[in-house]
Design a protein around this ligand. Structure first.
Ligand code: SF4
Length: 260
């Protein structure tokens, strides 16, 4: 009886999140399985392929084209992690418990990039595992994907003490590893989570409210900025804007699999 009550509450919580996000329908697991069985390149295939826009139909912000550098030669994530080693390249090494390298599909089409690990991530050595991470997982699932289908990491691999903002020398020391991760995974879309992360990646002071929702050419992929899940926990009314951004991602990924 108690199990049924717990399950009922979990379902209610889930539906409430979907409602907050503005989700109006969900694809059944059977339909999703069917799409997956059509092959890895068609895993995002919608029910009505003929209506998909072409990738060129998506507006791209032009002013950031200076960041659209060619990705470096591809190397495996294992090689990059080995090179990072027990990193002491910046002062965060003295206070961290664990390096949080990132996790997920090494061939993901979608990569989420946050700012830096928090306390839970530092404890476990995994990205986005606290309350904000739990919300991110739910958002990914609401997109019709699994968390292990995407790749999740941060600009900094070590926790800044007290969750303070990263400093310039720390970003300079750690960011090359993120760029190598991007070149290795070769995502089609990079979703920058949070104002600070997006501004750092794009070298801009533009407000997240102006950056979000736009596809920006970035290192051979499209970058889209959106609010950080931790911000959403404090401002649940903004969930719908994040969902709008996730729709842009989903539609762009689908457009890449558009039948000719
Ligand atoms: S934040 Fe990055 S550069 Fe600094 S110690 Fe950690 S892994 Fe090394």
């Amino acid at each position: 009886m108690r199990d049924r009550k717990v399950l009922g509450q979990q379902i209610l919580d889930h539906l409430k999140l979907y409602n907050d996000l503005g989700v109006r329908w969900v694809r059944s697991p059977e339909v999703r399985e069917q799409a997956a069985s059509q092959g890895p390149d068609k895993r995002n295939a919608p029910a009505a392929p003929a209506s998909r826009p072409s990738p060129a139909a998506f507006k791209t912000m032009a002013y950031t084209s200076m960041f659209d550098q060619a990705p470096a030669a591809q190397e495996s994530l294992e090689v990059i992690r080995a090179d990072l080693g027990d990193c002491r390249r910046c002062k965060l090494s003295s206070s961290r418990k664990n390096i949080v390298f990132g996790s997920g599909n090494p061939r993901a089409e979608l990569m989420f990039v946050g700012e830096a690990p928090g306390a839970d991530e530092d404890d476990q050595g995994l990205p986005f595992v606290g309350r904000a991470g739990h919300l991110l997982t739910k958002i990914i699932e609401a997109m019709g994907m699994r968390r292990d289908e995407v790749f999740i990491c941060n600009i900094l691999k070590c926790r800044p003490p007290g969750n303070r903002n990263p400093e310039i020398d720390e970003i300079a020391a750690c960011e090359p590893f993120l760029f190598r991760q991007i070149a290795s995974v070769k995502p089609k879309v990079i979703c920058a989570l949070g104002a600070y992360g997006a501004q750092t990646l794009l070298r801009t002071t533009e407000a997240i409210g102006r950056l979000r929702g736009q596809l920006i050419d970035y290192r051979g992929a499209k970058l889209i900025a959106t609010f950080h899940p931790a911000y959403l926990l404090r401002n649940p009314n903004e969930k719908r804007k994040v969902w709008e951004d996730m729709q842009v991602i989903r539609q762009y990924l689908r457009s890449l699999h558009r039948p000719e």
